[in-house]
Design a protein around this ligand. Sequence first.
Ligand SMILES: NC(=O)C1=CN([C@@H]2O[C@H](COP(=O)(O)OP(=O)(O)OC[C@H]3O[C@@H](n4cnc5c(N)ncnc54)[C@H](O)[C@@H]3O)[C@@H](O)[C@H]2O)C=CC1
Ligand SMILES: CC(=O)C(=O)O
Length: 310
Amino acid sequence: MKVGIVGAGMVGSSAGYALAVMGLASTVVLVDHNHDLAVAQAEDIAHAVPFMSSTIVEAADYDGLVGAKVVILAAGVSQKPGETRLALLERNAAVFKDVVGKVLSVAPEAILLIASNPVDIMTQITQRISGLPAGRVIGSGTILDTARFRSLLGRHLGISPQSVHAYVLGEHGDSEVLAWSNAKVGSLSLAEIAAQVGSPITRDVRARIDDGVRNAAYKIIKGKGATYYGIGAGLARIVKAIARDQHDVLTVSCVMPEVGGVRDVALSIPRVIGVDGISADLMPDLSSEEFEELEKSAQLLKDSVESIAL
Ligand SMILES: NC(=O)C1=CN([C@@H]2O[C@H](COP(=O)(O)OP(=O)(O)OC[C@H]3O[C@@H](n4cnc5c(N)ncnc54)[C@H](O)[C@@H]3O)[C@@H](O)[C@H]2O)C=CC1
Ligand SMILES: CC(=O)C(=O)O
């Protein structure tokens, strides 16, 4: 399967690296308006391939995306230290107005996988520009936040994050909602597992984990300028679900008809993903407090998307 990546910066190249070393694509094509950067990234990633897979990694112009089954959109600007994701909206909307049409002119059948921030709004903008069915325009959404939540919960409990089933919903951003009420480890509720392993989830532990998830990007960007390994692996994980038609449940963003009272808005809930993109939305049971937070997150995203002229 051919996978295209538009935007060969830190996020795009990390996704390309993860796809290549995991052997999830026959070909990975990197496109960037800085073509020299795309060429350099493709060459560097290609040198890792002989150790792990046989993926062909190359740089190209948009023509190189012909036949791509998935195209990852990671072009645009990223946050400076202290800057919110929403502050990138106008600049990245302008980039997407340029990029989406070019991608579809050569790869009209592709599933579009959006990474650029603010990712929920970029997903909604892409769906509007492209006119594609909502299930073929997938935002990476809270896949990364969910990984952060599972990682911190697993660390607290001394359990592998792969056995922690816990989701972050709503905006990939400051208003996201950690769904504590339905988190499970194996078949046990959080309260039960915490009691069994002797690591209670106190108010302080909860606040520490919430901060660790919600503010992870700010801390990493302050320390090293950008985040990219986590999202690179997350994007590869979504491609895996598509490439192998796995019908995996992942928290990704997509335009949905209604969330509470808010209509036509893109945000994350768990969704089933396979070869045709998203095939089902799985709205979790939430406490009334969590559902209220989700509605607030939806309203904030809706207000932001309406502020942008398309
Ligand atoms: N969804 C998520 O969880 C995450 C999203 N991000 C977002 O991903 C995006 C990319 O971040 P980085 O890779 O760190 O930035 P970067 O600056 O390293 O790379 C962006 C690339 O886009 C290219 N580009 C800009 N305009 C273009 C256009 N019109 N056509 C083609 N290429 C163009 C640039 O030349 C650059 O190489 C940002 O918006 C960032 O906020 C970053 C981390 C996590
Ligand atoms: C930058 C970003 O969106 C993240 O690391 O969550």
